[in-house]
Design a protein around this ligand. Structure first.
Ligand SMILES: Cc1ncc(COP(=O)(O)O)c(C=O)c1O
Length: 426
């Protein structure tokens, strides 16, 4: 269900008419639906209810404190990949025993921070990292829970930039050598509480059979590890559940309503893995990012100029790749819709940002109702990997973030001003 809908010709987030919001808040800004966020989390949590489980929201998708608090208050855990994200997770109120920490390149101070905090698991990616963590845990004087990140060599056939579970990726330890490394750690590293395995095969996964194949591989691994005497208490299957970036509300192309491509249901994922994992009696950790927050957010922008070149029609807007990098980075698709629908005829155009890079194209060869300078647009499904990848490139202050609850809204991050560009500079 989408929490963004047209009523008559106006685009709403929940019961908030967005054209009213732009009278109050200068564009560009991100707007999120509070009830959409909660519903997405609760749906995933409910789907896993037949297994002992913890849902750990991947902060990399969106780490706004107000959104994190909403999730933490509802029993969600956190998946972090840096000391900074661990700090934010704790500030948002996630209990340490529901926080997992992954990443191929953790600095010593980040590892120490995790040890001192006493998190659910540090997901370790190499034998050398195990060695270092053991030494640091001795220094701190506290044991640390460890899950080995396994590379299961399952190719999800997605975009190469978001596939992580194949043998050629930098992530994890080859599944064939995991038992050997695990056994060595059990024998020689007294400060490590070896208690779990972790994997993450990629993002935007639509075919649940990839999770099934991964689960089978992990099950065999857990059985082998237990035979060696390793007490495996949890299996972390990573995140990656795909979502539909083509929202039905915006499917009017040349006046024709295109068929909706549905997002995979979390229940479909659980149905695939439950029969495999159930006999193991482990706690299952799942780390969704995108499927919790992507469709709860939109980036609101204003049209600055219309330009017709010999070959093309362009509309330049006041946001771009510095605030939503997904189209430039992955060629990702985001629906772009007007805050106020009108009956202009459809034309083919590119929507481009102000950044001095040719990749700064938010929507390419898109059929759009002819739009005019000053008009407002919403770039849909921008709640995940949107603000969290934003930068000050080309001297642009970061945009505001607004949270809508029913007909109410609050600013959950103030937009930067020019003085913020000077901050921390000598
Ligand atoms: C280890 C890990 N867990 C979870 C996620 C979240 O993935 P998604 O947002 O696709 O659910 C990622 C994404 O890169 C990841 O690397």
């Amino acid at each position: 269900m989408s929490y963004f809908n047209y009523q008559q010709a106006d685009l709403y987030c929940e019961s908030k008419k967005l054209i009213n919001l732009v009278q109050e808040i200068p564009t560009p800004f991100y707007v999120y639906s509070q009830n959409g966020l909660i519903a997405n989390f609760e749906k995933i949590d409910a789907a896993f209810s037949s297994l002992p489980h913890t849902i750990c929201f991947a902060l990399k998708a969106n780490s706004n404190l107000s959104l994190l608090r909403l999730l933490a208050q509802r029993g969600c855990g956190a998946d972090v990949v840096s000391g900074g994200e661990l700090y934010l997770a704790l500030k948002a109120g996630f209990p340490p025993e529901k926080i997992v920490f992954a990443g191929v390149g953790k600095r010593d101070d980040e590892i120490k921070f995790a040890i001192e905090t006493g998190i659910a698991a540090l997901n370790v990616e190499s034998p050398q990292e195990l060695e270092v963590v053991n030494q640091l845990a001795s220094l701190v004087g506290k044991k640390v829970n460890i899950a080995l990140r396994v590379n299961p060599d399952v190719d999800v056939h997605g975009h190469p930039y978001i596939s992580t579970g194949s043998a050629f990726n930098k992530f994890g330890i080859d599944w064939e050598v995991v038992p050997e490394i695990y056994a060595e750690a059990l024998k020689t590293k007294p400060m490590l509480n070896m208690m779990g395995i972790h994997t993450h095969i990629g993002s935007m996964i639509f075919n649940m059979e990839y999770y099934q194949a991964t689960a089978r591989r992990l099950k065999t691994l857990v059985e082998n590890l237990r035979q060696m005497g390793a007490p495996i208490e949890h299996i972390d299957i990573g995140g990656g559940l795909g979502i539909n970036y083509q929202q039905p509300l915006a499917m009017m192309v040349d006046g024709v309503l295109a068929p909706e491509v549905p997002s995979p249901e979390p229940q479909g994922l659980v149905d695939m893995i439950r029969p495999i994992f159930e006999p193991l009696q482990c706690e299952i950790f799942f780390e969704p990012g995108r499927s919790i927050v992507a469709n709860t957010g939109a980036l609101i922008t204003q049209v600055l100029f219309a330009k017709q070149t010999r070959d093309k029609q362009f509309f330049s807007v006041d946001t771009g790749m510095h605030q939503l990098i997904r189209p430039a980075l992955y060629g990702a698709y985001h629906e772009v819709v007007p805050l106020k629908q009108h009956a202009e005829k459809f034309i083919k155009a590119d929507i481009v940002g102000p950044i001095c890079e040719s990749t700064d194209v938010l929507a390419k060869d898109r059929m759009l109702p002819a739009i005019k300078r000053g008009e407002y647009l919403a770039i849909m499904t921008a709640g995940a990997y949107g603000f969290s990848l934003a930068s000050n490139y080309n001297g642009h202050p970061l945009p505001a973030e607004i949270l809508v609850n029913g007909s109410q809204h609050q600013v959950i991050r103030h937009r930067q001003g020019y003085d913020d560009l000077l901050r921390h500079m000598a």
